[in-house]
Design a protein around this ligand. Structure first.
Ligand code: NAD
Length: 321
């Protein structure tokens, strides 16, 4: 079995590799060649931790495995990342373990790749202003990946905890793009593309605040009860997702579904757009929304590429089990 450490993943996987892996696996999911198994996520009643598994099989890429991990709120005080993830890959022909891969960095790049794929396929081609809602750990990865998809001239941002906005300012500055902190009315009015990546349990951005033609990538809602977008805004948007089953149960769609504003048949897998089976955006006035819930196959896809590249560069460690 091979071991690929966190630091090796950082060395071998960049945004381009992550983007390609995630776009390909979304396409495979939509054409029925790859599927996610039901997610397990439990409060373990110890250390306030949430722990679980995301898993699946990609028959097109022959990738089988699972991501184990969760959220330990006390980690920060110990100098560790609160979110902890490890991926295990198995040989689909024999079931033998193939690789164990450190997945904290991979989780960040695969999540950023998902919103970036949605911007590529759904945002207006003339998008100039990127709006960021959220300024936590993931936000920098999100912004960097998004900036590669359009000729953005400016980033504007809002965060509940304003002291965290410096992360957005520094990330934009590193990319050579001006940044301005704004209120939510201005953010909704001026942004052509909005990414939300927060831990909110209440809607942050409302229907009345959004301009026609906006593309929203809602990335924070990955658990029952979380919410970033007003259900009425959700209902007027053309909605796409990574996986419909997750979107309606743990994603942003759970709220609009619960109050009967939309049905699951109103939601399209982004892979259908990638495959050319759905036309995606149809006018410059349409509001499009990507509900990015985070699926196990995204994790397995980037881990599989990390293993391949680590082997190629002689950076995978082999052990006997
Ligand atoms: P983080 O803890 O570093 O940052 C949290 C962010 O949420 C900060 O911007 C904070 O100000 C904001 N926030 C916290 N409570 C809030 C509230 N009540 N209302 C509004 N904003 C609030 O977390 P992170 O690592 O940046 O992750 C952000 C979110 O993205 C988390 O909820 C995480 O579960 C989710 N996430 C989703 C995916 C996916 O695939 N969809 C992947 C990874 C993380």
């Amino acid at each position: 079995m091979l071991i690929v450490k966190e630091e090796i993943c950082r060395e071998v996987i960049g945004r381009t590799e992550a983007f390609r892996a995630v776009e390909d696996v979304f396409a495979a999911m939509a054409s029925g060649k790859a599927y996610n198994f039901p997610v397990i996520r439990e409060a373990i009643g110890y250390a306030d931790a949430l722990y679980g598994f995301k898993s699946g099989f990609d028959k097109a890429g022959l990738v089988l495995g699972l991501k184990a991990g969760g959220y330990w709120p006390g980690n920060e005080a110990r100098g560790l990342t609160n979110h902890q993830s490890t991926i295990f890959l198995f040989d689909p022909d024999t079931g033998q373990p193939k690789a164990m891969v450190g997945a904290n960095y991979l989780t960040a790049v695969r999540t950023a790749a998902a919103s970036s794929v949605s911007i590529k396929h759904l945002a207006r081609s003339n998008s100039k202003v990127l709006g960021m809602i959220g300024a936590g750990f993931q936000s920098a990865f999100q912004m960097q990946a998004a900036l590669e998809q359009r000729n953005f001239e400016k980033v504007i941002g809002w965060n509940l905890h304003s002291e965290m906005l410096s992360r957005l300012e520094e990330t934009a500055s590193d990319a050579g793009i001006p940044f301005e902190a704004v209120d939510l009315d201005r953010l909704g009015r001026e942004a052509d593309v909005i990414i939300s990546i927060t831990s909110s349990f209440d809607p942050i951005i409302m229907k009345a605040q959004i301009s026609p033609g906006t593309h929203l990538a809602c990335m924070g809602t990955d658990t029952k009860g979380k919410q970033e977008v007003d259900a009425e805004l959700f209902a007027i948007a053309t909605v796409f997702t990574d996986e419909i089953a997750q979107s309606i149960s743990i994603g942003e769609a759970q709220h609009a579904i619960a109050i009967g504003l939309i049905k699951d048949t109103d939601i399209t897998p982004i892979g259908a757009v990638i495959n050319g089976d759905h036309k995606g955006r149809t006018s410059d006035d349409e509001i499009t929304l990507f509900d990015g819930t985070g699926v196990g196959l995204q994790d397995l896809a980037v881990a599989s590429v990390a293993v391949e590249l680590a082997i190629k560069h002689g950076k995978a460690t082999e052990i006997d089990l």
